[in-house]
Ligand binder design. Structure first.
Ligand SMILES: NC(=O)c1ccc[n+]([C@@H]2O[C@H](COP(=O)([O-])OP(=O)(O)OC[C@H]3O[C@@H](n4cnc5c(N)ncnc54)[C@H](O)[C@@H]3O)[C@@H](O)[C@H]2O)c1
Length: 375
């Protein structure tokens, strides 16, 4: 059995910097080759990352690699995942899985048919603080969660103002911050709380960004089938030290989490195994403020995928769970378009009739009008 997995990368932009920080020196991961449509980017990748580079996708896929890590714009994930799977490579692809449920379905079926492992690189699933929280919930540290308050965001004003940058556009990214950032939070919340019943979403355009750019700010209210209600506020135009936050309030206690804290999880619980009962305490968890938490979460994520390849076992984060995260993104957009609370059943009905590609259509005016109102 190989002692390491040979990876090729597709797309050597911003996300590559984080994966490189987190996984390049991991003993079971070897990054071998790179493909990108931008030749200058490839030249830099060859020089600084010491990878063998290919401008041609097919040549790249024929290179001596076991797996592909895709870090390209959202609209092209489907084609790249299918091409890699058909070439017999295991596929790790950045979030969000794709801008529509139909894209997600095609990726799942192509990777299954090819018999390769497939995981979406959702680093929030591999952040030790989030894994710690999941474990506390499973051990009933805080009882039944009735309320969640969360914030998700990353400063991205330059990308919003750049008309030619693919991200946050309707056509290449599939939407703005709800697609790009919200998907992280929705995927994590589904893992903690189960299935979403319904959503109400407001989208806002705060920046004077070009008209091809979608929302830079949003508020979403989610009701879970288990009864919990949750607020998610998302913005890539707010300025503050980089963070992400989650509060979970349960019938028997509370968990507070903030990426910017050195001890990222604070617990209030009277559970027999609580280190301190009836008072907030912060257990020691592998963590560090930005950019450390990226490095840690991506390192664990990439290593997990490589371990699964070496041991021939299924990744713990399934493509079906990643697809559910995309479903909540689309539900939020559908609610904004409907101007009312919208149920997951309504989204599924639309998926089975018109298809989910139709959801984003018609949101442009609403988002742009919001900017005009503010000015
Ligand atoms: N997990 C995280 O926290 C995180 C952080 C950043 C980005 N991402 C995700 O990573 C992906 C890439 O985002 P990014 O910020 O690196 O974008 P980027 O624009 O910085 O880099 C994308 C790269 O892909 C290349 N590219 C574009 N089309 C291509 C194609 N058809 N074939 C090959 N290469 C192509 C571009 O030339 C560019 O070098 C997205 O899915 C994004 O959501 C995730």
């Amino acid at each position: 059995m190989n002692k390491h997995v040979k990876f090729g990368i597709i797309g050597a932009g911003g996300a590559w910097r984080f994966h490189k920080l987190g996984a390049k020196n991991h003993p079971i991961i070897k990054f071998i080759s790179a493909h990108d449509i931008n030749e200058k980017t490839l030249q830099k990748t060859e020089k600084y990352s010491k990878l063998k580079t290919y401008t041609n996708l097919n040549e790249f896929l024929k290179s001596d690699i076991d797996a592909v890590l895709i870090m390209a714009p959202h609209y092209i994930h489907k084609d790249l995942v299918i091409a890699a799977a058909e070439a017999g490579k295991h596929v790790l692809c950045e979030k969000p899985m794709g801008p529509t449920l139909e894209d997600c379905d095609e990726m799942i079926s192509a990777t299954r048919k090819a018999g390769v492992l497939f995981m979406i690189a959702e680093n929030h699933r591999f952040l030790p603080a989030h894994q710690y929280m999941k474990n506390l919930l499973e051990r009933d540290f805080i009882g039944k969660v009735f309320l969640g308050r969360t914030y998700e965001g990353a400063y991205a004003i330059p990308q919003f103002l750049d008309q030619n940058h693919w991200n946050f556009t309707f056509d290449k990214a599939g939407g703005g911050v709800v697609m790009d950032q919200g998907v992280h939070k929705f995927t994590m919340l589904n893992w903690f709380l189960g299935e979403v019943d319904s959503a109400q979403c407001w989208l806002s355009k705060t920046l004077n960004s070009p008209s091809n750019k979608a929302e830079d700010t949003a508020i979403i209210l989610l009701r879970y089938k288990g009864g919990a209600i949750v607020t998610i506020d998302i913005s890539s135009s707010t300025v503050h030290p980089l963070t992400n936050r989650t509060e979970l309030h349960g019938t028997k206690g509370t968990i507070l989490e903030d990426h910017s804290w050195n001890d990222p999880v604070q617990i209030f619980s009277s559970h027999p195994e609580a280190e301190i009962k009836g008072e907030f305490y912060g257990p020691k968890i592998e963590h560090g403020p930005f950019p450390e938490y990226y490095k840690i979460s991506m390192g664990h994520e990439d290593a997990h995928f490589a371990e699964c390849i070496l041991a021939d076992k299924k990744p713990e984060f399934t493509p079906e769970e990643a697809r559910e995260g995309v479903a909540v993104v689309l539900l939020a957009y559908l609610s904004a378009k409907n101007g009312r609370r919208t149920s997951m059943e309504e989204l599924i009905k639309l998926y089975k009739t018109e298809g989910t590609k139709t959801i984003i259509k018609g949101l442009e005016n609403e988002i742009q009008q919001n900017y005009r109102k503010m000015n």
